[in-house]
Design a protein around this ligand. Structure first.
Ligand code: NAD
Length: 222
């Protein structure tokens, strides 16, 4: 499920899966995507990845109200990350709650994507950090809500990964980020994120937790 039809269809073909175009903040589109999954097999796993946001400082330099951080951009970042993640969770978990339970009573598992910015937001990251810490903050209460249905919920907080937004950065900026990672001194690879997501989906005893995957990085103010 993504907005990018062509690339989504390409990945689905590679995985012999199905792509559904859906805006994660739309109830109708996400219900249609969940129904498309359920039509193939019981829905037992969900990985929420859609997210992002633009940067910007809280106030401008000229003392003008108009220079303050645009409120619509702040709200849009919360809508995509927090509202979108919650929307997909509530609808996918509804379908999962109808699954036959496994030996533990488990019916499904959910993995969300936050960011280390939830803990160490940098200058200009007020909106993104607020949004990602919203995902961290809702992980435990949702895990508690879904416990009676046998559905686990965990969140991954990635450091800096080699994905399209990072690859679009100037080489120098990317190299500086890589140099600030204690070990291994490089950006993370998507397959390393995927390995953690897969583990959180299958390990029945991890629940309500946020796990960093960041090579030990701790972001500085700038
Ligand atoms: N790359 C990193 O270093 C890094 C670090 C920390 C957290 N993250 C988080 O990881 C996740 C994946 O990011 P990425 O780096 O792969 O970037 P990305 O931009 O490649 O992936 C985000 C995806 O979300 C999709 N999307 C955006 N709005 C959507 C919407 N309303 N409905 C459905 N899909 C939508 C985009 O089309 C895109 O494919 C994001 O939540 C991001 O905040 C990334």
């Amino acid at each position: 499920m993504d907005l990018q039809e062509e690339r989504g269809a390409g990945v689905a073909a590679e995985l012999k899966g199905t792509f559904v175009r859906a805006d994660v903040t739309s109830e109708d589109a996400v219900v249609a995507a969940v129904e498309a999954a359920v039509a193939q097999a019981p829905l037992r796993g969900l990985v929420n990845c859609a997210g992002g946001g633009t940067g910007g400082r809280t106030i401008g330099r000229d003392g003008a109200y108009a220079s303050a951080h645009p409120l619509d951009r702040f709200a849009a970042t919360l809508a995509l990350n927090v509202v979108g993640t919650f929307n997909v969770i509530r609808l996918a978990a509804t379908a999962m709650s109808r699954n036959e339970p496994d030996a533990d009573g488990g019916r499904g598992a959910i993995v969300n994507t936050a960011s280390v910015a939830a803990f160490e937001g940098q200058v200009g990251q007020a909106a993104y950090a607020a949004a990602k810490s919203g995902i961290v903050g809702m992980t435990l209460p949702i895990a508690r809500d879904l416990a009676p249905a046998g559905i686990r919920v965990n969140t991954i907080a990635p450091g800096t990964f080699e994905t399209p937004p990072m690859l679009a950065m100037p080489d120098g900026a990317r190299a500086a980020l890589a140099a600030s990672v204690p070990f291994p001194r490089r950006l993370g690879r998507p397959a390393e994120f995927a390995a953690l997501a897969a583990h959180l989906l299958v390990n029945p005893y991890v629940n309500g937790e946020t796990v960093r995957i960041d090579g030990g990085i701790r972001m500085q103010p700038k």
